[in-house]
Design a protein around this ligand. Structure first.
Ligand code: SAT
Ligand code: MN
Length: 594
């Protein structure tokens, strides 16, 4: 008797026509073999898929150079194929599922000729967790198979869990011929199915990540009463040893990984890492919100990562507990075989390849590492891993941070007046775009809860879902916003960021435990400056004030922009959000008058 999984793999093989089918067991030995295959047999444009790095200085590390057009998520080629366009909403590209299948069937037909089809059973979430989900991804490149071993619980255990069930999330992936005109990432939420072709890049190709754990899972969460969010999960230990757990939503490449592994600038405080990208949030029997991180790896932006900005990550990258560590599209020192990126904290090597494999010329303006070059490393290698990381129930959340990258307008930190007001703070969030997605960098786009590229259904309904979750919580977390990125007249960041962000987290703990009062403003609660532990930072008082300055005139344009954004969702936008918008307009008007 064949199982539903075997039948499905068989059907996909008939379509894609690989030379060979290989079932992954998730072992370290297998990962070593796959890397060997990537070094020896598989190529991208003539370049081996993997190169061994210097194992004296970077133990267990391998280098991967992508196809030059394949360096970031391609949101314009990403579709959410609900039967009905309205369900996908204006926040998603939509295609009729039949049309999408027809289009991609042609592209998948024979695309694995001469290649190996790797079958990867994996679980998102700890296998003992009631919230875990079983999945299978097929791929035709060793880089994706090895990455999935790092990012998910992949292998035999997942296969055993699936057994003869047909309840598993399906993902079919092929790099195709890397042609950007034949690159598509298609989601079929009703079938819990993803089809992705033409890219080997993280968010496009590791289908357990954004495709399943956010787009498909957010839609499952809508129907089942939970939330799948683009959030880090961390514990903050205070000098008394009490650990408070929080989550934080921030768009890609806005410092989530640094926050999740922050090295505290305040003595006595310590951060415990649970996740750097995705949180699944469920309501516990005690009426609190519980978070699990469904992933097991960290897929972080390399440029800017150094012993100064994120020492814990640098230690993680050199840890050998879990094999292997991958570097993608960084620069490469030709003499020492070490990876290099801008902001690593050591001088650029003289004799180096840039991320495209070209001899690097320091006199040119070009960067050696791609701005979205990445490392992939197991979270188990992190020296700050929380002892609660594998807790099947997750951790109880006391605060949710909704962040973004704004050089103007948005204060360093803000506490919401209520859950509903907090949802509005998330809804009205905007952020300047980064290199993590292809397209123009540095323009403000509205990015509610940092989910605009990842919400697998109409975002108007998503706002309503957040409101409903709040109603069901007996002990809702406090909601805060943060913005580390505000600049002064010279365009310099005012706030030092990184390890000093603990000062903002400490204020949140003080608020959660009721130790300090806050000042009510038109935007929400802000700290009394005396309560922000910044005295030793020597930031001039007027600069500190700038971090919280509200200029109602600047807000006029912002409010119009938010209104235009919310209008798009028509009747899906909950009336509560319009009420909050109205209240904010009135509060800012009042602020002008006083
Ligand atoms: O592209 S990924 O989704 O893997 C990383 C990111 O953009 O957050
Ligand atoms: Mn992300």
């Amino acid at each position: 008797m064949t199982t539903p999984l075997e039948r499905w793999v068989d059907e996909q093989a008939k379509l894609t026509k690989p030379k060979k089918i290989y079932w992954c067991d998730g072992s370290e030995k297998e990962a070593q073999n796959l890397i060997e295959i990537g070094i020896r047999d598989e190529k991208i444009d003539g370049t081996p898929v993997f190169q061994k790095l210097n194992h004296t200085t970077w133990p267990n590390a391998y280098y991967h150079r992508s196809h030059p057009t394949d360096v970031a998520r391609t949101e314009h080629l990403t579709f959410v194929c609900h039967a009905n366009k309205d369900l996908a909403g204006p926040n998603n590209n939509w295609m009729d599922p039949r049309e999408a299948k027809e289009k991609l069937t042609k592209l998948f037909d024979g695309c694995m000729r001469g290649r190996t089809l790797y079958v990867m059973p994996y679980t998102m979430g700890h296998p003992g967790s009631p919230y875990a989900k079983d999945c299978v991804q097929l791929t035709d490149i060793s880089y994706v198979a090895v990455s999935m071993r790092i990012m998910t619980r992949m292998g035999k255990q997942a296969l055993d869990r699936i057994g003869s069930s047909d309840q598993f999330v399906r993902g079919l992936h092929s790099v195709g011929d890397f042609d950007p005109n034949k690159r598509f990432i298609m989601h079929f939420p009703d079938e819990k199915l993803v089809w992705s072709i033409g890219s080997g890049y993280g968010g496009n190709a590791l289908l357990g990540k954004k495709c399943f754990s956010l787009r498909i899972a957010s839609y499952m969460g809508l129907k089942e009463g939970w939330l799948a969010e683009h959030m880090v999960v961390l514990g903050i230990e205070d000098p008394q040893g009490k650990v408070t757990y929080i989550t934080a939503a921030m768009p890609s490449a806005c410092g989530k990984t640094n926050l999740a592994m922050l090295e505290s600038a305040l003595p006595g405080y310590k951060i415990w890492t649970l996740g750097d990208d995705i949180a699944w949030l469920n309501i516990g029997t005690d009426g609190r919100l519980y978070a699990i991180n469904p992933e097991t790896g960290l897929f972080g932006v390399a440029p800017g990562t150094s012993l100064k900005t994120n020492p814990n990550m640098m230690h993680t990258l050199k840890n050998t507990k879990f094999f292997p560590t991958l570097f993608t599209n960084t620069g490469l020192d030709r003499d020492t075989q070490e990876p290099w990126w801008e902001g690593i904290g050591t001088p650029a090597p003289k004799n180096a390849f840039d991320w495209q494999g070209k001899a690097w010329n320091p006199s040119q303006e070009a960067k050696m590492a791609h701005p979205n070059s990445r490392f992939t490393v197991s979270i188990y290698n992190s020296p700050t891993l929380s002892k609660e990381y594998d807790n099947p129930q997750g951790v109880p959340i006391s605060a949710i941070i909704l962040g973004g990258r704004r050089t103007q307008l948005i204060p360093l930190v803000l506490e919401s007046l209520s859950w509903q007001h907090g949802v509005f703070l998330g809804t009205r969030a905007g952020s300047e775009t980064t290199a993590a997605a292809s397209g123009q960098v540095g323009v403000v786009r509205r990015d509610p809860m940092a989910m605009i590229p990842f919400c697998g259904y109409n975002m108007g309904d998503y706002f309503g879902h957040w409101l409903n979750i709040g109603k069901r919580l007996k002990h809702p977390p406090k909601i805060f916003t943060v913005n580390w990125f505000r600049t002064d007249e010279d365009g310099e960041y005012i706030w030092p960021g990184f390890g000093d962000n603990i000062r903002v987290l400490k204020w949140m703990l003080d608020r959660i435990d009721g130790r300090v009062e806050a000042k009510e403003t038109a935007l929400g609660y802000v700290p009394h400056l005396k309560d922000l532990h910044v005295q030793d930072l020597k930031i001039p008082q007027h600069d500190l004030e700038k971090l919280f300055a509200v200029h109602p005139a600047e807000w006029k344009q912002e409010l119009e922009n938010i209104e235009r954004f919310l209008i798009q969702f028509g009747e899906h936008t909950p009336p509560e959000m319009w009420q909050e918008h109205k209240d904010l307009c009135a509060a800012l008007n009042h602020a002008v008058k006083v």
